[in-house]
Design a protein around this ligand. Structure first.
Ligand SMILES: NC(=O)c1ccc[n+]([C@@H]2O[C@H](COP(=O)([O-])OP(=O)(O)OC[C@H]3O[C@@H](n4cnc5c(N)ncnc54)[C@H](O)[C@@H]3O)[C@@H](O)[C@H]2O)c1
Length: 293
């Protein structure tokens, strides 16, 4: 089955209006496409709209966007709690609901039932198998992973993941669409746990945690070493604090199951998570965010 050409893609449906959904929708609308954010939760939709409007207004204040363009971006945005109707009108679909395999499979099955046959279904999962998600649909050749980074308007990369059944046409169209969004892409050719980016950051992060646990260096020095020695924008422990240590532990445990002992989570990570210290969002992780710098 063929897929819609990028030049024919005018309307995008983004399912899930959380942290990632609203950022992705902002990028899509900025690229000149109409976008509908779908969420079960009206409050999440209101928050998403408010956040996008605020970001775009900030762009005008800082002279990055013209007033007219800002109004056009906001005008291209709509929100809905009706997945079926939004999906039926869409030329492309992005799923970015909570990281729960069953919820994602349910959403993809609904998108499959409502979207036209030539519509690609893209998942923003951070770790689930694209092939496993694709089996919830009757179009596994038109299902693909497109993994964005937080915050989507700022981060200049989309990691594209090919499932076992993903067609060459689906991959080529997705890469072209990402280019239209103004993003760089990397392709994970095999549907493997953690893809490229989660596998690398978890490996580096777990080793950084072990250096701290062994009393070899402080978390601050491990972060600074990576920033200054390797030119990383942020140290690995700061990066994982930002993502959430609960999510980090969850991903590490999944990777250990798949790749073996090299992904075993150290005790200092477990202790922080058990104590409710989940990183930036709870005020404390490997760094204490309540302390003034
Ligand atoms: N937060 C990050 O840094 C990050 C980075 C890359 C990828 N991701 C991935 O993006 C996805 C979303 O993450 P997030 O951080 O935006 O989560 P979030 O919790 O902020 O948002 C998820 C949204 O999905 C909605 N939702 C849940 N079930 C739904 C359904 N059946 N139909 C419609 N909406 C539904 C929720 O109401 C919520 O608003 C996850 O797969 C996550 O792994 C997150």
């Amino acid at each position: 089955m063929g897929v819609r050409l990028v030049s024919e893609i005018r309307k995008v449906v983004v399912v899930g209006g959380g942290i990632m959904g609203n950022g992705i929708a902002q990028v899509v609308a900025t690229a000149g496409l109409e976008v509908t954010i779908v969420d079960l939760d009206e409050a999440a939709l209101e928050k998403a709209r408010a956040r996008i409007t605020k970001n775009v207004e900030r762009g005008v204040e800082r002279g990055r966007i013209e007033r007219e363009e800002a109004d056009a971006i906001v005008a291209r945005l709509s929100t809905s709690t009706e997945l079926e109707a939004a999906a039926a009108a869409a030329d492309h679909a992005i799923e970015t609901v909570v990281e729960d395999l069953e919820v994602k499979r349910e959403v993809l099955a609904k998108l499959d039932a409502s979207c036209r046959d030539d519509v690609i279904l893209a998942s923003n999962t951070s770790q689930f198998s694209i092939s496993a998600l694709a089996t919830a649909t009757g179009r596994p050749d038109r299902v693909i992973g497109s993994h964005w980074f937080n915050p989507p308007p700022v981060m200049d990369l989309i990691e594209v993941i090919r499932g076992v059944e993903t067609s060459d046409e689906t991959l080529a169209t997705t890469l072209e669409l990402c280019e239209r969004y103004g993003k760089r892409t990397v392709v994970c050719e095999k549907d493997t746990p953690g893809f490229i980016t989660s596998r690398l950051i978890i490996a580096l992060g777990l080793e950084a945690m072990r250096i701290v646990e062994e009393g070899i260096a402080s978390a601050a020095d491990v972060n600074l070493a990576c920033v200054k020695a390797f030119n990383h924008a942020m140290g690995p422990l700061d990066t994982l604090d930002f993502s959430g240590l609960d999510t980090t532990l969850h991903v590490a445990e999944n990777m250990r199951e798949q790749y073996g002992e090299r992904f075993i989570a150290p005790q200092n990570l477990r202790v922080l998570v058990n104590g409710g210290h989940l990183g930036r969002k709870s005020g404390r992780g490997f760094t204490d965010y309540e302390k003034p710098n």
